[in-house]
Design a protein around this ligand. Structure first.
Ligand code: NAP
Length: 494
C-alpha cells in the first residue's frame, strides 16, 4: 500500500487551473462545433476534465492566425525572441511541482519522472534562448574573384507541429523552442490523450509575452481531419512530427503536395548490446534506465537486449532482481517507480507480445502479466531465450518488458542489432575501447549510447536514420530545421 504524495485537492487545483479551450490568435475559445473531448487518468480510467475538441474550421482559423503573425514575428529582434524563451524556462521551473502533478495525472508516469521530463522540456527553451542570437550567415569571394556570395538564414515560415502522448511537454518544447528562436509562427497539435501539459505550456508562453498568433493550439479527436487540410494548404511551409512510423509515412505523402520542409521523429526498436568485457554494474544500471524510463513507453526504450553468452545468465539474474523489486502503482503515490501504461490498447499490445514470445519458447523470469486494475498496469517483466522471430524483437514493445537474446561474437551481435527497419538509437556496453569505437561505427542508428542508458540531452542532436526519421532536434543543428538558407549572388566590379 502506498500513500499519495498529492492530495485530491491539489489534483483538482492543478487540473482546474489549465485553460481548456483552443488557443487561437492569442485567445482561448471553445471549438466552433462546441464539442469537447475527455482526458482520462490512466491510473484509474476516470475522467479528469473536458477540453475543446477542434474541427477542421478551427484548424483553418489557427493556420490563418499563424500566417497573420508570421511576418512581424520574423522581424522581432532575435534577442527578444530569446528572452521570451528564457522567461518561459524560468516560469516552468518555478511551477515544476504543479506541472509534474498535471503530467502524472494525464499520462501516468511517476512524479519523479514527470519532474525529470519537465526539467528536460524547460532546458530546450533555455538552450534555444541561447541559439536565437547565434543564427549565422556568411560572406565569401567567388572562386574566380568576379563576384561575392552573401548567405543568410531566414525563418522557414509557418510551421505545423504534431506531438505524441508519451512525453507530453518535452516533445513540444523540442519543436516550439527552435521555432520561436528562428522566428516561425506555428500551429501545435498535441496528442488527444495528453493535451493538458501543452495547454499549460501555451498559457505560460502567452504570460511571458509571446505575441498573439505565434503559437496556436488545436487539440482534437480528429487529428487527420484537422491537420491534413493545413498540410495541403500552402500557407504552411514546415511540418515537424513526432510519433509512429506509419503515421509519419502518411504525413510525408501529404507534405509532398506542397513540398513542405519536414522533420520526422519516428518509432524505434533499440538494440542493447552487452559484451563479455562490459562492466556489468554499469550495464545493469544502463539497462534499467534505457528500459524503464517512462515505463518503457519511449522511442529510445531498449527493445532488444542482446547479451554475449559469457555474461548472459548473470545479466538476466541481476535485471530480474531489479525489475522484480520495482514498485508499481499510481504515479502520484509516494515511492511508486512504475505507473500505468497510457491506455487499454497499449497494455493489451504488451500482453499480446509477451504471449507470442512465450508461445515461441521464451522463459519468463519475472512478471509476464498485467497488474491489478482499474488502471492499465503491466508488471515489470524479464524474458530470456527469446527467439529472434518473436514479435517482441521486431515491434516496439512500449511497455516494461526486457526481452533477452544471446549472441556469440561481435559480427553476429552487429548483424542482429541492425536487423530492423528502424534506426533511432542503439546501446553498447563494453570496456574495450577499440570494440566500442568499431561497433559504434557499424551500428545503423542516429544515436549510440556507449556505456550509458540515456542519450537524450537538449544540447545534443537527437534523431534517427532508416524508418526512424528525418532531421535532428536539439543541439546546434536543431534550429536549422526551422531556417532556410538564402544565397545572394553579388555582382562585383572590383
Ligand atoms: P501516433 O499515433 O503516430 O501519434 C502521434 C501524433 O500524431 C498524435 O498527436 C496523433 O494524434 C497524431 N496523429 C495521428 N494520426 C494522424 C494523422 N492522420 N494526421 C495528423 N496527425 C495524426 O504515435 P503515438 O502513439 O502518439 O506515439 C508513440 C510513437 O511515437 C512511437 O512509435 C514512438 O516511438 C514515437 N516517438 C518517437 C520519438 C522520437 O523522437 N523519434 C519520440 C517520442 C515518440 P492523436 O493521438 O490525438 O490521434
Amino acid at each position: 500500500m502506498t500513500n499519495s504524495a498529492a492530495s485530491s485537492t491539489d489534483e483538482a487545483r492543478v487540473v482546474d487551473a489549465v485553460p481548456t479551450g483552443l488557443f487561437i490568435g492569442g485567445e482561448w475559445r471553445p471549438a466552433a462545433s462546441g464539442r469537447t473531448l475527455t482526458v482520462d487518468d490512466p491510473a484509474t480510467g476516470k475522467a479528469l476534465c473536458e477540453v475543446a475538441d477542434a474541427g477542421p474550421e478551427d484548424g483553418m482559423d489557427a493556420l490563418a492566425a499563424a500566417a497573420a503573425a508570421q511576418q512581424s514575428f520574423a522581424a522581432m529582434a532575435p534577442r527578444d525572441r530569446g528572452e521570451i524563451l528564457r522567461s518561459a524556462y524560468e516560469v516552468i521551473m518555478d511551477r515544476i511541482d504543479d506541472l509534474a502533478l498535471l503530467m502524472t495525472l494525464e499520462m501516468g508516469k511517476p512524479l519523479t519522472e514527470s519532474r525529470g521530463e519537465i526539467t528536460y522540456a524547460a532546458e530546450f527553451f533555455r538552450w534555444f534562448a541561447e541559439e536565437a542570437v547565434r543564427i549565422g550567415g556568411g560572406y565569401a569571394v567567388a572562386p574566380n574573384g568576379a563576384s561575392r556570395f552573401l548567405v543568410q538564414k531566414q525563418p522557414v515560415g509557418v510551421s505545423l507541429l504534431i506531438t505524441p502522448w508519451n512525453f507530453p511537454m518535452a516533445m513540444g518544447t523540442r519543436k516550439i523552442g527552435p521555432a520561436i528562436a528562428a522566428g516561425c509562427a506555428m500551429v501545435v497539435k498535441p496528442a488527444q490523450q495528453t493535451p493538458l501539459s501543452m495547454h499549460a505550456l501555451a498559457a505560460i508562453l502567452a504570460e511571458v509575452g509571446l505575441p498573439d498568433g505565434v503559437l496556436n493550439l488545436v487539440t482534437t479527436s480528429d487529428a487527420g481531419g484537422v491537420m491534413e487540410p493545413l498540410i495541403r494548404d500552402g500557407r504552411a511551409r514546415k511540418l515537424s512530427f513526432t510519433g509512429s512510423t506509419p503515421v509519419g509515412k502518411k504525413l510525408l505523402e501529404q507534405a509532398s503536395e506542397q513540398v513542405l520542409r519536414t522533420s520526422m521523429e519516428l518509432g524505434g526498436n533499440a538494440p542493447f548490446l552487452v559484451f563479455d568485457d562490459a562492466d556489468l554494474d554499469k550495464a545493469v544500471e544502463g539497462a534499467m534506465l534505457a528500459k524503464m524510463r517512462n515505463m518503457g513507453e519511449a522511442c529510445t526504450a531498449a527493445n532488444r537486449f542482446l547479451v554475449q553468452r559469457g555474461v548472459a545468465e548473470e545479466f538476466a539474474r541481476r535485471i530480474t532482481e531489479r525489475m522484480g523489486a520495482l514498485v508499481v502503482g499510481r504515479g502520484t503515490d509516494e515511492g511508486v517507480q512504475v505507473g500505468p501504461l497510457v491506455d487499454a490498447k497499449g497494455r493489451d499490445k504488451v500482453v499480446e507480445l509477451v504471449r507470442d514470445a512465450v508461445d515461441r519458447g521464451a522463459r519468463v523470469h519475472v512478471g509476464g502479466e498485467p497488474g491489478d486494475g482499474p488502471g492499465y498496469f503491466y508488471r515489470p517483466t524479464v524474458l530470456s531465450d527469446v527467439p529472434l522471430e518473436a514479435r517482441v524483437t521486431s515491434e516496439e514493445i512500449f511497455g516494461p518488458v526486457a526481452a533477452i537474446s544471446v549472441f556469440d561474437d561481435e559480427d553476429d551481435a552487429v548483424a542482429a542489432a541492425n536487423d530492423t527497419e528502424f534506426g533511432l538509437v542503439s546501446y553498447l556496453f563494453t570496456e574495450n575501447i577499440s570494440r566500442a569505437l568499431r561497433v559504434s561505427e557499424r551500428l545503423e542508428s542516429g544515436m549510440v549510447g556507449l556505456n550509458t542508458g540515456l542519450v537524450s540531452n537538449p544540447a545534443a542532436p537527437f534523431g534517427g536514420i532508416k524508418q526512424s526519421g528525418l532531421g535532428r532536434e536539439g543541439g546546434t543543428v536543431g534550429i536549422d530545421e526551422f531556417l532556410e538558407t538564402k544565397y545572394v549572388a553579388i555582382g562585383f566590379a572590383g
